[in-house]
Each structure stands twice: as C-alpha cells, then as structure tokens.
Design a protein around this ligand. Structure first.
Ligand code: PMP
Ligand code: GLU
Length: 403
C-alpha cells in the first residue's frame, strides 16, 4: 500500500466512525447487491415526514427562503421552540436561550466544544448512544462511563454514579427514553443526579430526542421538573428527527443558559453558519402544527415492540428489558457467547452481530458500540412482517450454534 503523506490528527484517530451509520451503510450495500437483508440497524422512523411539513419545506424554497439565516436559526423557529417547551412542559425559555442546529447531533457537538477544557470529564450512563463518547473526545474531554444494570431496567444507581465522580467531572448526559435500550430514568434517580449536579456545578445535558415516543401510562419524569433550580446549568436537547420523521432534514435544537448558547452560536457561526434554511421552515410547520404525529407512529410501534420483546424473551438464555420508549429492543445474548458456528467462536457482541448478518441476513448493531457488550440492538422502526421474519431467522441462527 502506498505510504500516506498526510498524517491525521490525534483526536480523530481516537474515535471510530458512527457504528450505527456504518452498519446501515453495509446493510444497504448488501441489499443493493441483491442479498436478502433484513435491516434492523439504523434508528429512524419508517414513516414519511407528514405532508403539511413537506409542503412547508417546498413552499419555503418557492418563497425564496434559500439564503443564509441568523446563526442560531430563524426567529420564528426559535419562538416556536419556546412555545413548545411552554405548552409541553410549562418551561419558560427566551429565544436567546435557543439554538437551532443541524440535527440534534450537531447540538451536542456545539455544547461540548463550547464548555470543555482538555481533560474535563463527562459522565455517560452506559449503555449510551454511540456518539456521546466521541463528541466528548473531539472536544478534548474524557468520557467516563457509569454502568447501568439490566436487572434495574437500566435505571441510574446513585451509588454507581457517585463512585465515578472526580474533581474533573464537569457534565453529565441524561437520555430518557434512551437509545439503545428505550429505558427511562426514575424520578428518584433524577433527584439524586440533581442533588449532585447542584452541589458540584455540573452541566446537565438532557437528550430528550425520544420524549414524544413513550409507552408509559403516566408522565415521563424529567430532571427540570424534579429540580427546577437546575435550569441555569442544564441544556435540553431535542429536535424533529424522531418526533416528525425528519431525520434527513437535519434540524435539532438546544435550550440552555444564554451565555452557553451564545458560545455555541460562535462555534456554529464558524462551522456550519446556520441549519439548512428550507428545513428550518419545515421544522417550524412541524412545531406549530398538529401534534398528533408522534402518537400515530407510537400506535404502529407498540404491537411491534410487544411482539419483539415477547419473542426474544421466549428464547432460552435471552433476556430483554421491555422498552418504555423509543423504537429499539436491546436483548442480552451473552449466554450464547463462547458458542461456535462451523468452528468459529462467537466471543462477543461484534461477533454475534456479524454472525446474524452473515448467516441470518439480519443487520443489527453490536452492544459494544453502546458500551454494553452483552447486548445487540435492533430497531423496530420497520414492518411487523420484517420483524416476524427476522425473529424466525434469529432463532434459527441461535439454534445452529454449538457448544
Ligand atoms: N440523540 C440520540 C439519543 C439519538 O438516537 C439521535 C439519533 N441520531 C440523536 C441524538 C441525534 O439525532 P439527529 O442528529 O438525527 O437529530
Ligand atoms: N440515532 C440513530 C441510531 O442510533 C441514527 C444514526 C446515528 O446518528 O447514530 O441509529
């Protein structure tokens, strides 16, 4: 192989590419090459963006909304975000406390670029969404995993959290409902986090991207409701990607203390300038229009979740926490690690997911990518037929393992 002349930056070498996007790309390529792949890898709703939102995007283009906007987003959209927070949560935000960004992912990137110094530590409950540690690392920070226990339905244990705190701890991630387990944090756990965060002045980053997709009867506990005084040291991250099936439009938003949002705007002004202009108008239509869409998706997700969880749980040695939100199941396959197929040992979640892809033609994401190697993630944002066929193949593949 030819010698590469350009050396890459240390900070880039220490992070992997997004594994969820990588598996999805591989599954799509195999499918395009004619393989009969069932794709459970990427997490995006299998719904089209609602019609009135699509129309608003098209109209924005026809109306000439095709130029740069204000760095933190058009004022109407920031006002609409404030309106949603008020209506949905009774939280008061001013448009100066809002940044609209290129998807929730860029919002998280902006937050940590704006507030971390080299060596600062960020607490990340694990299993976590794949991009949290790299986003912290790319900002010079150190991700510190806080293990969550499957036996506690992945709720946060305050003692486990306390054991990970050091003088360098600067922030904590919360994600409830979570990706990858669809788990939620109890009010009791959030109270413990709030107490520590208040005492020590941490930034709380609450990633609420799945808040509209919950299967709970009651209200979803939220750290700002548990402890309203935390508002001055919390960033709420949300967006339209999941709730309005708008993953490709790339619109997310953050709400937080004005000085931090201003610093994040500085970063956005020097990187992407502003989120895609017509997409902002489409997001505006989503936020000010009818709010029944997430509920419609939820009705479709619910029977899929129930089938998936029950069928997984019926397999000898497999356990699966019933997700309270989002559209993922995260079964524990570790009882099968150490078994083999044609002499090849399945030693971990990466080998398990590879085996499912090679032998069952089922694409999934290994738990190792989420900091939890005992598990494999499947998205149920796909049809019931695909889930049923996928489960048949998974059961056959597991039964074919020896040892
Ligand atoms: N947070 C979590 C937990 C996610 O699963 C995603 C999905 N990509 C995001 C944030 C970011 O979403 P997006 O950038 O597509 O708005
Ligand atoms: N959040 C989704 C997932 O976990 C989208 C892909 C990504 O950005 O990671 O699959």
């Amino acid at each position: 192989m030819a010698q590469e002349i350009i050396h890459l930056a240390e900070r880039v070498l220490q992070v992997p590419p997004s594994p969820t996007l990588a598996v999805n790309a591989k599954a799509k390529a195999l499918k395009a090459a004619g393989e009969d792949i069932l794709n459970f890898s990427v997490g995006e709703p299998d719904f089209d963006t609602p019609e009135h939102v699509r129309e608003a995007g098209k109209k924005a283009i026809d109306d000439g909304h095709t130029r740069y906007t204000a760095v933190p987003g058009i004022p109407e959209l920031r006002e609409a975000v404030c309106m949603r927070f008020k209506e949905d949560h009774d939280w008061d935000y001013h448009p100066d406390q809002i940044q609209v960004c290129c998807g929730g992912k860029q919002g998280l990137y902006n937050i940590f670029q704006a507030m971390l110094n080299p060596g600062d530590e960020v607490l990340i409950p694990a299993p976590y969404w794949v991009s949290y540690p790299p986003i912290v690392q790319l900002a010079g920070g150190v991700p510190v995993e806080v293990p969550l226990d499957e036996a506690m339905n992945f709720d946060l244990n305050p003692n486990t959290l306390a054991a990970k705190v050091t003088s360098k701890t600067k922030a904590i991630f919360l994600n409830s409902p979570s990706n990858p387990a669809g788990s939620i944090f109890s009010a009791t756990a959030l109270e413990a986090v709030a107490k520590m965060a208040l005492e020590r002045g941490w930034l709380v980053v609450t990633d609420d991207i799945y808040e509209t997709i919950t299967y709970l009867d009651g209200k979803l506990p939220h750290i700002l409701d548990v402890e309203p005084r935390l508002k001055t040291q919390t960033v709420v991250l949300n967006g339209v990607s999941k709730s309005f099936a708008m993953t490709g439009w790339r619109i997310g938003y953050c709400a937080g203390p004005a000085h931090l949002i201003k610093a994040m705007n500085k970063i956005q002004s020097q990187s992407t300038s502003n989120p895609c202009t017509p997409a902002q108008y489409a997001a505006l239509a989503a936020l000010i229009g009818p709010q029944d869409f997430p509920g419609i998706m939820k009705q479709a997700f619910l029977p899929r979740r129930d089938f998936f969880v029950q069928d997984l749980e019926s397999i000898e040695g497999v356990s699966c926490v019933n997700p309270s939100g989002a559209f993922y199941v995260f079964p524990n396959f570790s009882a099968y690690y150490g078994k083999s197929f044609k002499g090849k040992v399945i030693k971990d979640s990466v080998a398990m997911a590879d085996y499912f892809l090679d032998e069952a033609k089922v694409a999934s994401v290994p738990g190792a990518a989420f900091g939890a190697d005992a598990f494999v993630r499947f998205s149920f944002a796909t049809s019931m037929e695909v889930i049923q066929e996928g489960m048949t193949r998974i059961k056959q593949a597991l039964a074919a393992l020896a040892g």
